[in-house]
Design a protein around this ligand. Structure first.
Ligand code: UD1
Ligand code: UDP
Length: 362
């Protein structure tokens, strides 16, 4: 018997998770998977580049829906995904993470009674002003199969009465990190200020920042740039398209020579940067975990934890975007215990495929 899986992807971290899980599904005779790309991320270096370098199956369709307010984007995706579900008639909808694409898929499938598998279930910030928290909670509560990356996430699901539908599988981001680290390569950095090529320094910090919490307010963004510019090593900062034009404009008028403000890099290059950075500074959920996988110290530019497992031994500390707060997080010595592996054993994708098969076999 072959099960038809429709997978919704739309944003950069979902392409990475889908890469390892889709390869696993493809390797088994039990599944026929079709990817539906909502279009949420659409620049070449935010989307197609990942399909090319990670050899992800081409989406059956790209809905071309991006931008606008949360409501506008989610509503347009909801209508379009309902149409895809009605015409493709999958046995299950597979969803990753916490983006607006995830939420739209969850709502559309739940109303059509299509079973939903949610990978990365149970992550919680406990901050309802964090837009992704709303997406996670709603998705988990309508999904039939909840697959958690860590035991702490599984406990969060239990606390919400969702134990019967939940299990721990490990983190597909860890699978990807292990599978692709050998292919990681040094990036060629392209300046967002003037398009020139920027040399990768011998020693550097690696920074990213794209959350609404850090980009919506100009004061926060300028505070962050000033703090990064004051660090003792150059900072490689691939700028998310969300605020690329604005950061480039600030860089032209400010003095941030220490920060290499560049275009987003590919996944293999990002993994190389994590593995070679002295430290990581980020508000990205994925990058916090990758720094942990690599044993590289991380400072998280948020006031809430998403991945408490990474915080043991000062390995990942929260900081507000000010020089004092960032410097006190970065100078706290970390203790790395490599035997502590809360994100599984690198075989999450196989467990995800097993769990889906068991669920659909009823
Ligand atoms: C989204 C997710 C976030 C995830 C992040 C991964 C939601 C609510 N947030 O945030 O959970 O961590 O993706 O990177 O879904 N843009 C471009 N080119 C692109 C992509 C985006 O110019 O290729 C612009 C869009 O026009 C939009 C802005 O960036 O106006 C923000 O994009 P959006 O997808 O809404 O949010 P992200 O910050 O990417
Ligand atoms: N990443 C990338 N290129 C970049 C910045 C990040 O490939 O220029 C990778 C990073 O290594 C991680 C993933 O993108 O694997 C994280 O995605 P993002 O920060 O966009 O989303 P989040 O994880 O916060 O949801």
């Amino acid at each position: 018997m072959t099960f038809r899986i429709m997978t919704v992807v739309g944003a950069r971290p979902q392409f990475i998770k889908a890469a390892v899980v889709s390869h696993e599904l493809q390797g088994r005779g039990a599944f026929e998977e079709e990817l539906v790309h909502t279009g949420q991320h659409y620049d070449h270096n935010m989307s197609q580049a990942f399909f090319d370098e990670l050899d992800i199956p081409e989406p059956a369709v790209n809905l071309g829906i991006a931008g606008g307010s949360h409501a506008e984007m989610t509503a347009r995706m909801l209508v379009a995904l309902e149409g895809e579900l009605l015409s493709r008639k999958p046995d299950m909808l597979l969803l990753y993470g916490d983006t607006n694409s995830t939420l739209a898929g969850a709502l559309a499938a739940a109303k059509l009674h299509v079973p939903i598998c949610h990978v990365e279930a149970g992550a919680r910030t406990r901050s309802m002003t964090n837009p992704e928290e709303i997406n996670r909670i709603c998705t988990d509560h309508v999904a039939g199969l909840l697959l958690a990356c860590t035991e702490a996430n599984l406990a969060n699901l239990a606390a919400e009465g969702l134990s019967a539908r939940s299990s721990f599988v490990g983190d597909p981001m860890y699978d990807a990190f292990l599978q692709y680290s050998a292919k990681a390569r040094k990036p060629v950095l392209e300046s967002i200020v003037d398009g020139s090529e920027l040399a990768v320094p011998q020693s550097f910090y690696y920074a990213t920042c794209h959350r609404e919490e850090n980009t919506a307010d100009d004061g926060v963004l300028v505070g962050l740039l000033e703090a990064l510019a004051s660090l003792d090593l150059p900072v490689i900062y691939p700028v998310h398209p969300r605020n690329r034009a604005h950061v480039a404009e600030l860089a032209r008028s400010g003095s941030y020579a220490n920060i290499l403000l560049c275009q987003p890099v590919g996944y293999l290059e990002s993994v190389w940067l994590v593995n070679h950075a002295e430290q990581v500074l980020t508000d990205s959920g994925g990058l916090q975990r990758e720094a942990f996988f690599a044993g590289v110290k991380c400072t998280t530019l948020l006031d809430f934890e998403v991945w408490p497992e990474t915080m043991v031994g000062n390995r990942n500390l929260l900081a507000s975007p000010t020089i004092d707060s960032i410097s006190s997080a970065m100078t706290a010595p970390q203790e790395v215990d490599l035997s502590y592996t809360p994100f599984g054993d690198g075989r999450a994708s196989a467990r995800i495929a097993d769990a889906i098969e068991r669920y659909l076999e009823g």
